[in-house]
Design a protein around this ligand. Structure first.
Ligand code: ADP
Length: 353
């Protein structure tokens, strides 16, 4: 598979502050990849370096095997969409979309054909003569997208493209944006701080924190196999179960306070700190037969989530754990029960306690 984009040791320093710290990344042709992370983690700085808007302090940017690290932005053939539309207010929709083609010296016939074709792609046929001020926010963002793809860029960069829109519109535009990207095949990078947006739209997700890559993987990988505590917590998908290793009768256990439960992984020296992610849907809550040697918790809250109830269960040694249980009547607040999960559902995290 061809690598469309390769970042090697990409670094940006502002004074003493490392905004991006030696980022390595390879993006396959045609992929949709999201940069996901909290505010200030360096996502936009990376995007701006790829676009040529911010000069890297170190490292390199290759697109289609060509080193573009120090090329001016206007020579990179990259389409850009920002959160706040940035359309030319005095130009019509067609005028806005035609602009990048005019700059590139295309013929009037070709411009008109491509503008019409792109208007169709973004579902704005019939809107060509309107001014941006005569469009809704979602429509304006479609025009911005049309303007970014009309010249068939080698890469499309989206910085929080749905950030200014209301929730319902965001959700419908997500799917539209993704099918448009599939139809055109343009390799796309999107910056977002919204886990759900990243998980639902992307082939690959790069999770960033403090200017570094924490993990890169498919949405399923990140959700089910977070590599460390930061990713597990940021994805909001898992309980963190921490304890120390214990071996009994050749079996690998995890000691949590006074309780030892079977765990995944090989036997290890006793007393080693270990952390695991356990998804709430893998956690059972058994209110019959409280066994003192089991992990016991008390229901402190429950939420109706349609298909299941999400129980918040307080434990002495692990804090509050979430359990997704399918039932018509959730246990009342204050109910005690045994928390259960199978060792196979424990995903070990890389942090050492
Ligand atoms: P994100 O997009 O993840 O919110 P940014 O890439 O915007 O993060 O910022 C990363 C870090 O770099 C932040 O700490 C930010 O304050 C800093 N930073 C970004 N741009 C500049 C700048 N022009 N001058 C100084 N510091 C900056």
């Amino acid at each position: 598979m061809t690598e469309k984009l390769v970042l090697t040791g990409l670094t940006k320093r502002y004074g003493n502050h490392l905004a991006v710290d030696g980022l390595e990344l390879q993006v396959k042709e045609g992929d949709f990849i999201s940069f996901l992370g909290p505010s200030g983690s360096g996502k936009t700085t990376v995007l701006n370096m790829i676009a040529g808007l911010v000069e890297p302090t170190g490292g390199s940017i290759m697109i289609d095997g060509v080193d573009l690290t120090h090329q001016p932005a206007n020579q990179r053939n990259i389409g850009l969409v920002f959160q706040n539309y940035a359309l030319f207010p005095h130009l019509t929709v067609s005028g806005n979309i035609a602009f990048p083609l005019e700059v590139r010296g295309h013929s009037p016939d070709e411009i008109s054909r491509k503008v019409d074709e792109t208007l169709r792609l973004v579902k704005l046929e019939g809107f060509g003569e309107r001014l941006p001020s005569e469009l809704s926010g979602g429509q304006q963002q479609r025009v911005a997208l049309a303007r970014a793809i009309v010249f068939e860029p080698s890469l499309l960069l989206l910085d929080e493209p749905l950030g200014a829109l209301d929730r319902r519109l965001r959700e419908s535009l997500r799917q539209e944006l993704r099918s448009l990207q599939r139809a055109t095949g343009i390799t796309t990078i999107m910056v977002t701080h919204d886990q759900e947006e990243a998980l639902t739209m992307s082939d690959q997700v790069l999770v960033m924190a403090g200017g570094r890559a924490e993990q890169i993987g498919s949405p399923e990988d990140l959700y089910q196999r977070p590599c460390n505590r930061f990713v597990a917590e940021f994805m909001g998908s898992s309980n963190i179960v921490a304890g120390t290793s214990l071996t009994k009768n050749g079996k690998a256990l995890l000691q949590i306070g006074n309780v030892a439960v079977p765990r995944s992984g090989d036997v290890a020296a006793d007393g080693r700190p270990m952390q695991f992610a356990v998804r709430p849907d893998a956690v059972g809550f058994d209110t019959d037969g409280l066994v003192p040697s089991a992990l016991i918790g008390t229901v402190v809250g429950s939420e109706f989530c349609g298909e299941y109830y999400r129980l918040h269960i307080e434990t002495d040694d692990l804090g509050i754990l979430a359990s997704h249980i399918k039932t018509n009547t959730p246990p009342a607040i204050g109910t005690q029960g045994v928390l259960t999960w199978s060792a196979a559902d424990m995903h070990q995290l890389s942090d050492d306690g």
